[in-house]
Ligand binder design. Structure first.
Ligand code: AMO
Length: 429
C-alpha cells in the first residue's frame, strides 16, 4: 500500500512510498524537481546529480505532466519546497506514461470551455478548483444524511423502474421491460407517501429522470433529488425542516470545507431563518403592477422573478400557497380557500431549488382530484388502496441536489455541479 501525500505531510514520516501523477517538472540540469500529486495533496520530489542515483535521474528527466509514477524515498525538511518537505527518491517506477499533448491541461493553468471540460471530465477534475466542487458536494450529501437522520427520518430506497407517471405524463422516459413498457422514475413521490404509514418520516437521495426536451442551464434529464415525507406534518412543519437543513449545511461547510471554499473564492454567509414566505398571489399582483400580462393559475417564470427583486427574494425564500391548477394531483387544497393549495416552492433568487407541500390523504378527495385532472384511477390502484387503510395526514418536499449546489456555490449552469451531466444533446461520456 502506498502512503497518501496528506499523511506524509502531516505525520512526520521518514521513509515513504508515494504514488500519483506528475503535476509539474523543473529541470535545472544538475537538479530536477517534480511536483507529485495524488488525491490528497502535492509533494516535491528532488533529485540532484551530487547525491542521486544516475538511473533515477535519467527517468526523472524524461517525465512528463500526468505520467503516473511511484516513488520510494526519504522525507526531508526543505523550506523552499511547497508544504516545507521534499522526498529524496531511492527508487522511481513509471507506472504509465501520458501521451502529449494532453487534450486538457490538468493543472488548470490553461482554461478550456465547458463542453471540452465535460468531454474530458476526469482530467478537468484534476484542476484543484473543479475538484473542490465535488468534494463539497460529497460533504453536502453527508451533512444532509446526518441532519435528516438526527431528526428521526429513515433513509429509504424506492424503485427507479416504474409503471406510471407521478409528476405529469409528458416527461417520462419509456424502457422496454420484458412484455410491457415501463418508465424511469421522475420522483419517489408515491412510494415516499406510502412509506409514511410504517415509518412516519422517510427520506431518499436518489437519481431521477425527466424527458423534458428543452435544454437550459438549470434542467438536466437525469438529476439527483433529496426527498422527504413526514406523517402528521403540515407544510409549515416541512418548510422548517428544509430551512434548518440548509442552515446546517452552510454552517458545517464553513467549519469543515475551509480549504475547498477558499479555492473557489467563496465566503458562505449563513442564511437567516425563517426564510421569507412570499404568497403566490402577492407575486402575481406585483407582476401585474409592472405590466406583465399574467393570469392567476399560471406558473411563475424565472424571467418574471428576475424583474421583481427585493430584499426578501435576494437569498433563500419560499413562494407559498400556489393555485391547484399548477400543482400535481396529490397536493392538498386549502380548507379555507378554494382553488389554492398548502404548497410551496423553495427558491434561491430566481432559481427553484425545491418544491413540496401537504398531500391529500383521504381516499375520496384524491379520487375526486384525479378525476378532475383526467388521470386514470385504474393505473394507480396499487397506490390508492392505502388511502383506505390508514394513510396519515402528511407533507414533504423534494430539493434538487444539483440546484442546491448551484445556490451554495453561485453557479449559473447546473452542469458545473454534475460529474457527467445528461441533457438533450449529451449522452456521452
Ligand atoms: P419537482 O418536480 O418540483 O417536485 O422537483 C423537485 C426539485 O427537483 C429538481 N428538479 C430538477 N433538477 C434538474 N433538472 C431537472 N429536469 C429537474 N426537475 C426537477 C428541482 C425541483 O425543485 N415530487 C415533487 C416534490 C415533492 O412535492 O415532494 C417533485 O418532484 O430542484
Amino acid at each position: 500500500m502506498k502512503n497518501y501525500i496528506k499523511e506524509v505531510l502531516t505525520k512526520n514520516m521518514e521513509i515513504v512510498r508515494v504514488a500519483g501523477w506528475v503535476f509539474e517538472k523543473r529541470d535545472l540540469g544538475g537538479i530536477i524537481f517534480i511536483l507529485l500529486r495524488d488525491s490528497t495533496g502535492i509533494i516535491q520530489v528532488t533529485w540532484s546529480r551530487k547525491r542521486g542515483d544516475k538511473e533515477i535521474g535519467r527517468k526523472m528527466k524524461k517525465l512528463k505532466i500526468n505520467d503516473v509514477i511511484e516513488v520510494r524515498g526519504e522525507v526531508k525538511k526543505e523550506e523552499q519546497a511547497p508544504n516545507g518537505v521534499e522526498i529524496i527518491p531511492h527508487t522511481l517506477r513509471v507506472l504509465n506514461e501520458a501521451e502529449h499533448p494532453l487534450p486538457l491541461d490538468p493543472t488548470g493553468k490553461i482554461d478550456a470551455g465547458l463542453e471540452t471540460r465535460l468531454n474530458l471530465r476526469p482530467l478537468d477534475l484534476m484542476n484543484p478548483k473543479r475538484n473542490a466542487i465535488f468534494r463539497i458536494k460529497s460533504e453536502v450529501l453527508r451533512l444532509t444524511r446526518e441532519f435528516l437522520r438526527d431528526r428521526g427520518f429513515l433513509e429509504v430506497i424506492t424503485p427507479k423502474i416504474i409503471a406510471t407517471a407521478t409528476e405529469g405524463g409528458a416527461e417520462l422516459f419509456p424502457v422496454p421491460y420484458f412484455e410491457v413498457t415501463a418508465f424511469l422514475a421522475q420522483s419517489p413521490q408515491l412510494y415516499k407517501e406510502e412509506l409514511t404509514i410504517p415509518f412516519e418520516r422517510v427520506f431518499e437521495i436518489g437519481t431521477y429522470f425527466r424527458a423534458e426536451p428543452f435544454n437550459t442551464n438549470r434542467h438536466l434529464n437525469e438529476f439527483v433529488s433529496i426527498d422527504i415525507e413526514a406523517a402528521f406534518h403540515t407544510y409549515e412543519d416541512v418548510m422548517k425542516v428544509a430551512e434548518e437543513l440548509i442552515v446546517h449545511v452552510y454552517k458545517r461547510l464553513n467549519e469543515e470545507m475551509e480549504e475547498e471554499l477558499k479555492l473557489l473564492n467563496l465566503d458562505l454567509r449563513i442564511p437567516q431563518t425563517p426564510f421569507p414566505r412570499v404568497k403566490y398571489d402577492e407575486i402575481m399582483e406585483k407582476l401585474r403592477g409592472i405590466g406583465v400580462k399574467i393570469e392567476s393559475g399560471e406558473d411563475i417564470k424565472m424571467e418574471h422573478l428576475e424583474s421583481l427583486k427585493d430584499e426578501r427574494t435576494e437569498g433563500y425564500y419560499f413562494i407559498i400557497d400556489w393555485p391547484s391548477k399548477v400543482k400535481t394531483f396529490y397536493t392538498k387544497d386549502k380548507e379555507d380557500r378554494e382553488g389554492y393549495t398548502n404548497s410551496f416552492d423553495l427558491m434561491y433568487r430566481e432559481l427553484e431549488i425545491g418544491s413540496g407541500g401537504e398531500r391529500i390523504h383521504k381516499y375520496n378527495d384524491l379520487i375526486k382530484k384525479m378525476r378532475k385532472m383526467g388521470l386514470s384511477i385504474d393505473n394507480f390502484r396499487h397506490h390508492l388502496v392505502f388511502y383506505k387503510c390508514g394513510m396519515p395526514p402528511h407533507a414533504g418536499w423534494g430539493i434538487g441536489l444539483d440546484r442546491l449546489m448551484m445556490s451554495i456555490l453561485g453557479f449559473k449552469n447546473i452542469r458545473e455541479t454534475v460529474l457527467y451531466p445528461r441533457d438533450r444533446f449529451r449522452l456521452v461520456p
